[in-house]
Design a binder for this molecule. Structure first.
Ligand code: IPE
Ligand code: IPE
Ligand code: MG
Length: 244
C-alpha cells in the first residue's frame, strides 16, 4: 500500500526468483532507536511478516523461507528467548486461518525437538491445515541452523544404511529440511549485516545475496520489490562462462 491506502503497482520484472530466503534482522536496533525494549522490536518484526507474505503473493514469488530463530539465538537472555517464542506462537495461532484462506502453505524447517509442546502443536497444526495450499509456500526457519540441518541429514542417511558410493549431492539435498524445494535464488538480509549466520548453508551455494540497511520491521512491499529488481539485473554464471 502507498500512504494514501491505494494499492501500489510496480513494473513487471523480466524474471523472478523461484525461492527467496530472508534473514529478518534488525528488530533489536529498531526498538533501540525508539527507546523501546527489544521485545517491542520483535513484536513489530512479527507483525511485519504478514506484510511481506502478502507482498510475496502480490509479486508472484512462489516460495519464501523466513529465518525467524536460529539454533544460536538460544544464547540470548532467557527473557528475550521466551518472549520471542511466545510472540511467534501467538502470531501463528492468530494468523493461521487468514494465511490458509489466502492460499499460503506453511512449512517448518529446523529442529522442533527442544521447543515447548504448545509451540510444537501450533506449528504442526498450521502445517497440517495448510498443506494442500499452492499460492505461496512459506517456510518458517525456526530453531534452524544450517550446520544442525546438515548434521541431522547425515544422521538420517547413516540410519537408513546407505552405502558410501550411494551418497550424491541429490541424496544429501533429499535429506535436508528443504527436500523437494529448489535452492533459494535470492537471499535478502535486512539491517546491513553481511553474513549468513548459519542460514541455508548447503542451499545457498549459488544464491544471489542482497543486503539492505532497512531494519526488518520497516522492510515493506517497496523494499521487497527493490530486492527483486536487483535480482532481475544479476548475471548468474554457476561457475561457467557468460553465453557468447
Ligand atoms: C532479528 O532481530 C530477530 C532475531 C534474530 C530473532 P535481532 O534481534 O537480531 O535484532 P538486532 O540485530 O539486535 O538489531
Ligand atoms: C540471524 O540474526 C538469525 C535470524 C534472523 C533469525 P542474528 O541477529 O541472530 O545474527 P548475528 O548474531 O548478528 O550473526
Ligand atoms: Mg541481529
Amino acid at each position: 500500500m502507498s500512504n494514501d491506502g491505494v494499492p501500489k503497482t510496480y513494473p513487471a520484472l523480466p524474471h523472478l526468483p523461484a525461492h527467496v530466503g530472508i534473514i529478518m534482522d534488525g528488530n533489536g536496533r529498531w526498538a533501540r532507536q525508539r527507546g523501546l525494549p527489544r521485545l517491542a522490536g520483535h513484536r513489530a518484526g512479527v507483525e511485519n511478516l504478514r506484510r511481506v507474505l502478502n507482498a510475496a503473493v502480490k509479486f508472484g514469488v512462489p516460495i519464501i523461507t523466513l529465518y525467524a530463530f536460529s539454533t544460536e539465538n538460544w544464547r540470548r537472555p532467557k527473557e528475550e528467548v521466551d518472549g520471542l517464542l511466545d510472540l511467534l506462537r501467538e502470531a501463528l495461532d492468530k494468523e493461521v486461518d487468514k494465511l490458509h484462506h489466502n492460499g499460503v502453505q506453511l512449512r517448518h524447517i529446523g529442529d522442533l525437538t527442544p521447543l515447548s509442546d504448545d509451540l510444537k502443536a501450533s506449528i504442526r497444526h498450521a502445517v497440517e491445515l495448510t498443506k494442500h495450499n499452492d499460492r505461496l509456500i512459506a517456510n518458517i526457519a525456526f530453531n534452524y541452523g544450517g550446520r544442525d540441518e546438515i548434521v541431522r541429514a547425515v544422521r538420517s542417511i547413516i540410519t537408513e544404511g546407505l552405502p558410501a558410493e550411494a551418497i550424491t549431492d541429490e541424496v544429501v539435498a533429499a535429506h535436508l529440511d528443504t527436500a523437494g524445494l529448489p535452492d533459494p535464488d535470492l537471499i535478502i538480509r535486512t539491517s546491513g549485516e553481511m553474513r549468513l549466520s548459519n542460514f541455508l548453508l548447503w542451499q545457498a551455494a549459488y544464491a544471489e545475496f542482497y543486503v539492505t540497511p532497512i531494519l526488518w520491521p520497516d522492510f515493506g512491499e517497496e523494499a521487497f520489490y527493490e530486492a527483486l529488481r536487483s535480482f532481475a539485473g544479476r548475471k548468474r554464471r554457476f561457475g561457467a562462462l557468460d553465453e557468447a
